[in-house]
Design a protein. Structure first.
Length: 325
């Protein structure tokens, strides 16, 4: 990530007035933090910015400034804009139907995934912990933008969520230095962590109990996985959103290198979350199933039954693991 690229993007921002900001489906703290931080920053420059995502938003991020201004994509919607920012998307397809709004518009791609193919007309890519780290670097170079509590909260949320509260190996000295600066704007980190990591609905705790009861481990003890079926959601009165974060449990089992969560989104649609601890690159597995991500956190969607998705992914992991061990 170079200052030259940052300056090119700043020039584009200065020359244009109306921006569309979008990001990936299955929204998380990093993409929602990036989208809202950039929107607030552009507004400080007197620009107009509309935020559109093709999904519903998880309720746990309702503390983010202006999150209620993010519009859910609707077919045939009309949006007037000059340039589009795509944030935190390793793959252009992850913006889903927002693609229909873009036609031949210029795309600025800002992302931290190692497998990002530079799909934008302008690409600000960096091997950093969170996309909000890149948004921070971009807006720090624009004199007229004054960091404030709201923008700092949005950027901090991306750092906190994508590093698992600064515990994952993607955390660097720079991540901490940025966080130290953000804290001078009175970001309420205790509240962010409580809302994101430490608040569960009754139904989601029930779901967690049932899911953990059925935790599976392979013979080697290195692969563990859990499943959330539509039947289980009905039985516990929970929703798919309640399954967020459950993938950390199979990974946390002592001796396990790879943890997997299978979520039955609907009949024959299974969302797979993959995590690893030390040496196994789960993005390689995700790529084999048309997905992507980082080496220690990746995902994909498989159009098949839960049991077939489970068989296919677990056997692929076991095969790859036997080659690295
Ligand atoms: P999660 O398992 O939390 O949904 O995603 C973990 C990581 O993998 C995130 O960085 C996310 O962007 C990426 N990821 C998840 N699903 C997909 C997918 O279907 N395609 C791609 N390219 N990346 C994904
Ligand atoms: Mn993300
Ligand atoms: Mn991210």
């Amino acid at each position: 990530m170079s200052l030259k690229k940052i300056n090119e993007i700043i020039n584009l921002i200065r020359k244009n007035n109306k921006f569309l900001i979008t990001s990936h489906v299955s929204p998380d703290g990093d993409n929602l933090g990036s989208v809202t931080a950039l929107k607030l920053a552009l507004e400080q420059m007197g620009k107009k910015a509309v935020m559109i995502i093709d999904d519903t938003l998880p309720s746990s991020f309702s503390f983010l400034p202006d999150i209620d201004k993010i519009i859910s994509y609707e077919s045939d919607m009309e949006v007037d804009f000059d340039l589009c920012f795509i944030l935190d998307c390793s793959d252009f397809k992850r913006i889903a139907r927002v693609e229909e709004l873009l036609a031949d518009k210029t795309i600025i791609n800002i992302d931290h995934h190692g497998d990002n193919p530079s799909f934008g007309d302008y690409n600000l890519l960096g091997d950093v912990a969170a996309t909000t780290e890149l948004v921070y670097q971009l807006i720090s170079e624009i004199e007229e933008i004054k960091m404030d509590k709201e923008i700092a909260t949005a950027i901090a949320t991306g750092l906190i969520t994508d590093t698992g509260s600064f515990r994952y190996s993607n955390t660097t000295a720079q991540t901490h230095q940025i966080m130290a600066d953000l804290l001078t704007y009175n970001v309420n980190t205790a509240k962010i962590c409580k809302e994101v990591f430490d608040t569960y609905s009754y139904a989601s705790l029930k779901l967690k109990g049932k899911v953990l009861e059925n935790l599976k481990v392979d013979d080697s003890g290195k692969v563990a996985w859990i499943k959330v079926s539509q039947d289980l959601l009905k039985a516990t009165g929970s929703t798919l959103e309640d399954a967020d974060g459950l993938v950390d449990y199979p990974r946390s089992l002592a001796g396990v290198e790879v943890g997997v969560l299978f979520k039955e989104v609907e009949d024959s649609t299974v969302k797979v979350s993959l995590r690893s601890n030390y040496y196994f690159s789960v993005d390689k597995i995700a790529h084999q199933f048309g997905g992507g991500g980082h080496s220690k956190a990746a995902g994909c969607t498989i159009n098949d039954t839960l049991i077939k998705a489970e068989d296919a992914v677990i056997s692929t992991i076991k095969k790859e693991l036997s080659q690295v061990n």
